[in-house]
Ligand binder design. Structure first.
Ligand SMILES: NC(=O)c1ccc[n+]([C@@H]2O[C@H](COP(=O)([O-])OP(=O)(O)OC[C@H]3O[C@@H](n4cnc5c(N)ncnc54)[C@H](O)[C@@H]3O)[C@@H](O)[C@H]2O)c1
Length: 410
């Protein structure tokens, strides 16, 4: 492998793959290049051709386009593959890549179910290949700062509880227009592994574990309100959920949201420590999922209020956080000064390929734990029981996942 020119490919060339190319350009602009996107694969060749144009314009070079990943793997000499596929395809394709000797960066969630994730984990162990799960939000400054504020800064005492609440009215859509393909597969539980709780919600599950540690048990209710009356979730994807988490530390927190609550929108996302509170006030449609989100066009916002009444705005908190990082830590966390979580996760993958790092921050085991938290929420909503996350991890409870596993032969 030439360390200067890592040969990369995408499998799946839809919306998030386009965002990854933007992130790669951010790295190149910061002098963090040394890679080439040499091949693209998508079952829809138009999507692959469109991404090829973006790669050429933003990164240079003309990648070869494939409709079949098997053909791409047998033709190309690749160092790493970036998998940006619907969830039900992650395990089959990631395992094929690793068995072909190619390292894998796989979009979240790791797989369509815990069993799918376990097969990927076993393949990584068997082949000795890298398997890194693409999780941008915990890598952005907002969550790094929140993690420090809650756990290390001493500014808030020790973590106590949280109340996260968000409601917005349903989006209106022309019923005569067909749903775009990226929405169609997300509404099919067998392909997506779940609804919003497991899709955008995977980010929340990963973040809350990153910020506060592992969850012991959950109690959840889910509803579908869009149809105009509260339907308990069975065949229709949820648009409204109510969750109580009990963490292994004993801390209890609440995550309640609806994307189909008519009338006035409301949001309140607050963490409490024994000596103060930390609020996320970033004005984003996805704030309940993407905690302390930073976008290129917009910094995250929020404030820490201490019991003595003193207030630190998010940018002041970030300055304090950054002050205590040395140069090496800053470069590791924010390579070349990047604050784009997508660029940072891709840079970590490149550094793993070069042997400059040994362990992905979100490896298979970590990805499975965040997935299991999402699945515990469904298990509780479907059975009415309080569910232990360890029972989802061990496979002792799988009422919700069983039909998904059966569909994929897992
Ligand atoms: N990190 C984030 O913030 C974020 C945001 C959006 C999506 N995602 C994740 O990215 C992944 C893809 O989501 P998306 O929004 O880009 O979906 P998408 O529907 O826009 O793109 C998926 C692509 O996969 C292609 N595809 C389907 N079957 C294929 C096959 N057998 N072989 C090759 N290509 C095939 C489709 O044609 C499509 O172009 C998912 O895992 C999703 O959860 C992450």
């Amino acid at each position: 492998m030439s360390q200067d020119h890592l040969r990369l490919a995408f499998i799946g060339c839809g919306s998030i793959a386009r965002r990854h190319v933007v992130a790669m350009k951010d790295l190149v602009d910061r002098g963090r290049g040394g890679f080439q996107v040499v091949a693209l694969c998508d079952a829809n060749l138009d999507s692959a051709e469109t991404l090829a144009i973006a790669v050429k314009e933003q990164l240079g070079g003309t990648p070869t386009v494939y409709a079949s990943y098997e053909e791409m793997l047998s033709t190309e000499k690749l160092d790493g593959v970036d998998i940006c596929l619907p969830h039900g395809l992650h395990h089959t394709v990631a395992i094929a890549c690793m068995e072909a000797g190619v390292d894998v960066l796989c979009e979240k969630p790791i797989g369509v179910s815990v069993r799918a994730g376990r097969l990927m984990e076993q393949a990584a162990e068997r082949t000795g290949r890298i398997l890194s799960i693409a999780v941008p939000h915990r890598r952005q400054p907002g969550q790094r700062v929140a993690h420090w504020a809650l756990n290390e800064s001493g500014l808030m005492g020790s973590p106590l509880t949280f109340f996260h609440h968000y409601t917005r009215p349903p989006e209106t859509r022309d019923p005569n227009q067909p749903l775009p393909p990226r929405v169609v597969w997300r509404r099919n539980r067998l392909m997506s592994g779940g609804g919003m709780t497991l899709d955008s919600g995977f980010h929340y599950c990963d973040s809350i574990r990153y910020l506060l540690g592992d969850v012991d048990k959950v109690y959840a209710e889910m509803r579908e309100l869009q149809s105009g009356y509260p339907v308990p979730v069975s065949e229709r994807p949820e648009d409204t959920i109510y969750v109580t988490f009990t963490f292994k530390s004993g801390l209890v927190g609440a995550w309640n949201w609806s994307v189909a609550a008519p009338g006035e929108p409301r949001a309140s996302v607050v963490f409490y420590g024994s000596e103060g509170s930390l609020e996320d006030t970033t004005p984003s449609r996805f704030r309940i999922f993407h905690l302390f989100e930073r976008r290129p066009e917009q910094n995250e916002s929020g404030q820490l209020v201490r019991q003595d009444g003193s207030i630190l705005q998010m940018h002041e908190l970030e300055a304090l956080y950054r002050e205590q990082l040395d140069e090496a830590q800053s470069e590791l966390l924010f390579p070349g000064g990047s604050t784009d979580g997508f660029a940072i996760e891709i840079w970590e993958f490149l550094e793993l390929l070069r042997g400059n790092r040994t362990q992905p921050e979100v490896d298979a085991a970590e990805g499975i734990r965040s997935l299991a938290l999402g699945d515990a929420i469904y298990e509780s909503a479907f059975t009415g029981d309080v569910v232990r996350v360890d029972d989802i991890l061990s496979g002792a409870r799988r009422t919700f996942q069983e039909s998904i596993d059966e569909h994929w032969g897992l």
